[in-house]
Design a protein around this ligand. Sequence first.
Ligand code: MLT
Ligand code: ZN
Length: 426
Amino acid sequence: MRGCSKVLLKPRTSEEVSHILRYCHEKNLAVNTQGGNTGLVGGSVPVFDEIILSTALMNQVVSFQDISGILVCQAGCILEELSRYVEERDFIMPLDLGAKGSCHIGGNLATNAGGLRFLRYGSLRGTVLGLEVVLADGTILNCLTSLRKDNTGYDLKQLFIGSEGTLGVITAVSILCPPKPRAVNVAFLGCPGFAEVLQTFSTCKRMLGEILSAYEFMDAECMQLVRQHLQLTSPVQESPFYVLVETSGSKVEHDAEKLSSFLEHALGSGLVTDGTLATDQGKTKMLWALRERITEALARDGYVYKYDVSLPVDRLYDLVIDLRARLGSQAKHVVGYGHLGDGNLHLNVTAEAFSPSLLGDLEPYVYEWTAGQRGSVSAEHGVGFKKQSVLGYSKPPEALQLMQQLKTLLDPQGILNPYKTLPTRA
Ligand code: MLT
Ligand code: ZN
């Protein structure tokens, strides 16, 4: 999504953010907060002439506690730089995603980004301990505590996590980092069908237990696209589905042994037709690239219609099959991949160019299908500008109304990231 603005402001401190918002509040000027601008639903892109408030210069680490692993930093720190910082201290960030090289931690929180470590470390709603937020009128709300337990009434920080800059501007964060695992191993597998992908997941959970840290899947068309556009080659023989299993534990030999016996079992029982293991960093990275770079390969294939839905795992791939039949030759590719361990499907459709008739075949069909399974129309990418009109498929009218009331309470003039997140008519 493209936008334009005449004004870009780059504050360095929360006080500067407060001055900017106080001024904008008085003059009734709209503000669009922007981090790394890597979101997939247009939340960080101005729609008309909003002032862009960039967090790019708010990139300082405030403190790190070696014993507890609690990091406090400004909102504009780049995720990959934070990862490096905490890894030097023997910890890791609780989240990781393909856009790590440019996304900001403040944006990760504002969009409640999911990513590749969700299965193991859970949502940011659990790992974030505190936030500092500047409200629409310039008030600085300091909830930047670093306590594991704080049961003092409403958990206000949760309001701002996932609010996409519509309720306040996140300026600093306190986040709990897990210890760096001593051993990270990856298995890349070929599966003969989706039923086997599901069975392999159950087997994995039982055989790998607490060391399982990711279970990602991609279909054969995804592999074809990463090969065609990025020249990446499959490390296993051609299969209808591929699975990436990651383990993170404390003992290399122990984890490798567990993973090998799982692979032996999966191969022996026909759940998996081919597989390869990686214990060194180079090969691990190479295997992860096949999964992480699918988005990039899709972007090179043409116009991309993107859907990010949560579904019951056993129905997850039916939507892809259904759409392939529905769209026929209108689409170049209909692909399914994603965080299977989290019940999160990324359904993407590519075509030579944007076509209103193809869009008409996709929507509201995809949303109705998802609602029919009581799924979510946005599993992890958020709502932004692109999905606000479809929230009703996943939330009842009473919930949308309460969201609108909260917006009115916190931003009565509607200056914060207008036209985003909330349905136009709630
Ligand atoms: C991913 O899991 O690769 C991301 O959410 C990006 C995407 O779906 O395009
Ligand atoms: Zn994803």
